[in-house]
Write a protein that binds this ligand. Structure first.
Ligand code: HEC
Length: 401
């Protein structure tokens, strides 16, 4: 987005506009999709079998709601008889498709066309083109692997499926950390899960509902296993929502993706997300083991990210700290950046003067000592010794004389 290291990259201003417009659309679409998912899960969990009046058909339950100045009467039927078919039946699918389409555009704009440093460390042997192909291939592979997993006995029990799924996600993250920058890994894993979710809607949930509807229209007996299968996939999607949202947002938090064992942080926060969703759905009916597991996974993730006490060590002169920042950060973080393709200092963060540096010392520590989030993709080849020296200078109170 900010960085283009070859002449083929998009103009930075054009890329910023595209970024903000597509991101906006993506967030709106995702709110609609997730909102539907939460609402329908909630409806299912609150249906009452005690009907307020006699109703015909294959009734599962009913519930009453009030919202925006009116009262809504909801009745769930597992199947419809031919004569019960309404003139208009509303489907919920474009929320999902548009979330995926805008998400795909966003990963393309921010990561694939955003310059090599967004995905690859400067020392990586891969070219940017190879990284893009690999990233794209992984999105497809995720759908294939998930679908195969759904054909194994693991599929029968959602708890077992969850454990195996988590192990696969964690292993994928650990493997990808060898290839991509940690920030890109979190986003990639989120995009893979999001692609699986959208593929569930496109390939399973909607087609199965269409099959049921076709049988109803033809006056044939409806095979209820279609509905069950759709419900199962929809449950997988539902529990993936909080982990996926976390992975998408994690990109702003280097303490999480920049951790030495980032795959473990990822796994713990995913467990926390699934646990929270369970708690939101079942509240007081949640088994204590799930409550404890949810709290424990969050505490463990939080504890992992507490930085080690900074090493004060031998005194570091300001001139030394300044030299490091000038060489490694200023090409981007200056009022007039010198790295080709950077038209303005990223996020307005500049280190031109001693006062700028001192004011930002905690952020500098977080981004380039506690984690290696900066320099982006280590494009300016900052060494570990330099990180340690800069860390010592900050731990000494960042003296400027
Ligand atoms: C290749 C250009 C580049 C270099 C070199 C670079 N940065 Fe950055 N920096 C970025 C970009 C891009 C962002 C915005 C990241 C984002 O979108 O979240 C950023 C953001 C930051 C932020 C703000 C993070 C936040 O959201 O609070 C800090 C602090 C920072 N960099 C520190 C550093 C330090 C310290 C160095 C040198 C050790 C450095 N950067 C080197 C490109 C660079």
């Amino acid at each position: 987005m900010w960085v283009c290291d070859n002449d083929n990259s998009m103009h930075p201003l054009l890329s910023e506009w595209l970024n903000v417009l597509v991101r906006w659309a993506h967030v709106v679409a995702a709110i609609m999709w997730i909102g539907d998912s939460f609402l329908f899960m909630w409806l299912d969990a609150h249906l009452s079998k005690q009907l307020t009046k006699a109703r015909d058909g294959d009734i599962v339950g009913e519930l009453w709601m009030t919202h925006s100045g009116g009262f809504y009467e909801v009745v769930k039927r597992k199947t419809l008889a031919q004569h019960e078919l309404p003139p208009t039946l509303y489907w919920f699918k474009w929320e999902s498709y548009s979330t995926w389409i805008t998400g795909f555009l966003l990963i393309a704009i921010v990561y694939w066309a955003g310059g090599r440093a967004m995905m690859l460390d400067a020392t990586s042997p891969l070219t940017q083109g190879q990284a893009v192909l690999f990233s794209l291939g992984l999105l497809i592979a995720a759908v294939v692997v998930y679908d195969l997993l759904c054909r194994t006995p693991v599929y029968v029990d959602n708890r077992v499926f969850g454990v195996v799924g988590l192990a696969l996600v964690t292993a994928t993250a650990a493997a990808l950390l060898q290839v991509f920058t940690p920030r890109a890994v979190f986003l990639q894993v989120g995009a893979m899960l999001g692609t699986v979710m959208a593929s569930n809607v496109f390939f399973r949930i909607i087609p199965n509902q269409k099959r049921m509807l076709a049988s109803t229209q033809a006056g044939e007996p409806v095979d209820a296993t279609h509905g069950l299968k759709a419900k199962n996939r929809s449950t997988h999607n539902h529990y993936a929502t909080l982990p996926v949202l976390f992975l998408m947002l994690s990109n702003h938090f280097p303490s999480l993706y920049g951790h030495e064992h980032a795959w473990a942080v990822l796994a713990l926060v995913c467990v926390f997300g699934v646990g929270m969703k369970y708690l939101m759905n079942f509240r007081r009916r949640t088994p204590p083991v799930i409550v404890l597991g949810t709290l424990a996974s969050f505490s463990a993730a939080a504890a992992m990210t507490v930085p080690a006490t900074p090493d004060v060590g031998a005194p570091v002169a300001y001139a030394e700290a300044r030299r490091i920042i000038e060489a490694r950060c200023l090409p981007c973080h200056a009022a007039k950046p010198t790295l080709p393709g950077i038209i303005a200092p990223p996020k307005g963060v500049v280190f031109d003067s001693a006062a700028d540096i001192v004011a930002a010392k905690d952020r500098i520590y977080l981004q380039s000592v506690n984690t290696k989030a900066m320099p982006l993709g280590n494009i300016t080849a900052m060494t570990d010794e330099e990180r340690a020296t800069l860390g010592r200078w900050i731990a000494q109170g960042a003296p400027t004389e």
